[in-house]
Design a protein. Sequence first.
Length: 205
Amino acid sequence: MNPFRVHRGLVAPLDRVNVDTDQIIPKQFLKRIERTGFGEFVFYDWRFSADGKKNSEFVLDEPRYQGASILVAGKNFGCGSSREHAVWALADFGFRAVISSSFADIFANNSTKNGFLTVRLNESDVAELMRRARETSDYHVTIDLEQCEVRDDQGFRAKFPIDEFVRHCLLNGLDDIGLTLQHEAEIADYEARHPAAPQLSSFTQ
């Protein structure tokens, strides 16, 4: 898992509340067994009409937001059913972080396990970032996880809260397997001091 320390990126505003996981990645696209390849289906029902034609008016398909790596969205982002695919889809599309005033707990937890940052700011700061992303061409912000701060080149600066253990994992690129492997030497020592259980003889007729 790639560490997240300081990231500067183009901002795309998604001025919608209660964006659920079925909107992020609709259920018909959950048949893949890989973690990649979901990006083209992100927000599919908003980006495409029923006959499969692209909706050029949807914000993520506007030319000015192509290549955005930071999404700013309304409150309660990632609500709905638990599907890790939602995080995979956002990351595969090119996002490294989502800024909102609140997130569904399961989505936030899945994000952590995949090195994807959820940044909680108050609603007024989120609204200001959305306004700047709409009104300023090529609007970039920096998300600094080392300082727990979001800032831009126009004087915006806001601190964000984050659990210290979550911050540690993201800064060091540690998922559950990575955390376990930090104790690889102790695990090997334990196994060396405890003989393997005897194997049962195979059953024969």
